[in-house]
Design a protein around this ligand. Structure first.
Ligand code: FE
Length: 287
């Protein structure tokens, strides 16, 4: 045996930190935009990420009345609270604490997302996942996953991984099927002093969303909530709780599409003509 040194698989370092921007959307819902137009290339295939976190009913009570989507997927993950959705195909339901709704808008849907509460904490995320050109016009569909059916892996020393989409290094598979982007969506909670290292397909773009506490990423960068760290290339992700309270981090990863992005409001296509066609189809009631 030659005592060759086995190279350690590379840790993904923080390539860029994205600070959230306070904004409002829908009917005056106050939220923090964590990903958007500025990160379309660096976060490919993820288009947008919003975080809502408020106990003030006036910040969320207006909700998101009827609006269209075409060309991508919306993922709603509730940390706390209840949101009711309904659409023009007659589908409706409530997403409660810990639940996930993964909606493939495809060729088009008109829906509303309204709070199912008039007081108390409303906290969660909405992520937009792009679709490749060949899937942009698929029929709309939903994957609705109640919290109780989402697997949670215990890693010991106070770390848990809730596996919403994708498969962990230990083989736990999330209930969401995400198609071409192979999207991974893990909610990782770290007790004080806890840490995790997770192997991840090097072909995926990856980002971390720190939503509670402070974490140290790749043994270097310390990031407080609420911020996004876009990760560079590598084979492993290393996260350690660097604070004196529990930490919460979303690990989101997906295969980049490397296609042109034409983004016009609620329509995300490959060309400007396709966006204009989407607007015409919507106005003509063809969704
Ligand atoms: Fe929507």
């Amino acid at each position: 045996m030659t005592p060759e040194k086995v190279a350690q698989p590379a840790l993904r370092q923080v390539a860029a930190l994205v600070r959230g921007q306070r904004t409002s959307d829908g009917a005056g819902v106050r939220l923090t935009r964590l990903l958007g137009h500025e990160t379309v290339e660096s976060a490919d295939p993820f288009l947008m990420l919003d975080h809502f976190d408020t106990e003030e009913a006036s910040d969320y009570i207006g909700g998101f009345p009827d609006h269209p989507h075409r060309g991508f997927e919306t993922v709603t993950y509730m940390l706390e609270g209840r949101m009711r959705h309904g659409d023009n195909a007659g589908h409706s339901g409530v997403i409660g604490t810990g639940d996930v709704q993964w909606m493939t808008a495809g060729r088009g849907i008109v829906h509303s997302e309204m709070p199912e509460q008039t007081e108390g904490l409303m906290r969660g995320f909405q992520l937009w996942v792009n679709l490749p050109k060949r899937d942009k016009m698929v029929p709309a569909r939903y994957q609705e996953i109640p919290a109780a059916t989402i697997p949670v892996e215990a890693r010991g020393n106070g770390t848990t991984v809730k596996v919403i989409a994708g498969t962990t290094s230990q083989g736990t598979r999330g209930p969401i099927e995400s198609g071409a982007t192979a999207a991974h969506f893990f909610d990782i909670r770290l007790a004080q002093g806890a840490s995790i290292e997770e192997a991840l397909d090097p072909g995926l773009n990856a980002l971390l969303v720190v939503y509670d506490g402070w974490v140290r990423i790749a043994g270097e960068k310390t990031v407080p909530a609420v911020n996004v760290a876009l990760l560079g290339p590598g084979e492993r992700v290393a996260i350690a709780n660097a604070g004196d309270e529990a930490a919460g981090v979303l690990l989101i990863a997906g295969r980049p599409l490397n296609e042109p992005v034409a983004w016009g409001g609620p329509f995300v296509m490959n060309t400007r003509d396709e966006v204009l066609q989407a607007a015409r189809d919507y106005q003509a009631g063809r969704f």
